[in-house]
Write a protein that binds this ligand. Structure first.
Ligand code: APR
Length: 272
């Protein structure tokens, strides 16, 4: 049962904040049918190599897992759509409370829900980057799914050499790779995200285990800088001990409650 007092407290903190920043992980998209990484049944739970080497770590170790893994990811992404948690966050952005969202997710669901001020630390699965000239191009859902289906129909097992001919081509004729950040690769937008962490007076942490760096450093920077931290997660994470308010539960259930409470409080204040 969600604690109503905690919902009211979170709403009061957001209403009195000058610069609210969101920090999100895979848990925000769990209710959209995209499994997390480290929860039971999650990607790294089933493919332990992923925890240290990511998708490439799995494919290096199990080239034949390529088909099963990407068929599953394709199916889940195809069936995925923004959930009430994404839309509630967009509501907070549109009402001027939420200044930016720092995300570890690459599923584009927050943007699909209408979100705009997003800093993607781990890239985006729908964006491709040219290996020659660095040019980037966003693919539509249809384009990406068609590409993955095409590759799956032509490749039994995985190797970079086998994959290269199937990668999309850039205007410069170079090959384009998914603009996602693999383990050991540099994260993106870290300067802008650090700036937001320094600037915020309140950070809303949603659906992350808080164990992957440098991403997990950002809530700590915000805290060091005097910001308050609110966390929403069905279970405690590595960040909970630093948080001022912990709301045990799912983002798709709790975020809409917070937005509703904020609107009630505003109305009540206006009537006074
Ligand atoms: N609502 C809120 N939180 C949820 C929900 C939900 N519906 N379902 C699960 N969670 C929480 C889990 O309790 C867990 O703490 O989401 C968290 C998911 O943690 P991880 O699977 O570790 O995902 P994340 O923190 O995003 O991983 C960080 O690790 O593997 C890399 O690049 C990958 O971006 C990823 C990074």
């Amino acid at each position: 049962m969600v604690d109503r007092d905690a919902i009211s407290e979170a709403s009061r903190m957001i209403l009195s904040s000058d610069w609210l920043v969101g920090f999100t992980g895979a848990g925000l998209s769990e209710e959209s049918g995209i499994s997390t990484y480290r929860d039971p049944g999650g990607l790294w739970d089933r493919y332990p190599e992923g925890a240290s080497g990511g998708i490439m770590g799995i494919l290096r170790r199990h080239p034949k897992a390529f088909h099963e893994l990407f068929s599953e990811l394709l199916k889940k992404f195809k069936n995925s759509a923004p959930n009430p948690g994404h839309y509630a966050l967009v509501g907070l952005e549109e009402e001027g409370y939420l200044k930016s969202v720092i995300t570890q997710n690459g599923d584009n669901l927050y943007q699909d829900a209408g979100g705009s001020n997003v800093l993607e630390l781990h890239g985006n699965a729908f964006r491709f980057r040219c290996l020659e000239c660095g040019q980037k191009r966003m693919f539509s859902r249809e384009e990406l799914f068609a590409l993955v289906e095409d590759v799956l129909s032509k490749m039994e097992r995985f190797s970079i050499e086998l994959l290269m001919p199937h990668l999309p081509s850039c205007k410069c004729k170079g090959k384009m790779r998914p603009d996602v950040v693999g383990f050991g690769e540099a994260v993106q937008k870290l300067d802008q995200a650090t700036e937001q962490a320094n600037k915020c007076d309140l950070m809303l942490i949603m659906g992350t285990s808080g164990v992957v760096y440098p991403a997990a450093m950002l809530p700590l920077i915000a805290k060091e800088n005097g910001a308050k931290l609110i966390e929403i997660n069905p279970k405690e994470s590595a960040l909970t001990v630093r948080c001022d308010l912990f709301l045990p539960g799912k983002t798709g259930e709790i975020l809409p409650m917070i937005v509703k409470k904020i609107r009630e409080m505003k109305l009540k204040k206006a009537r006074k």
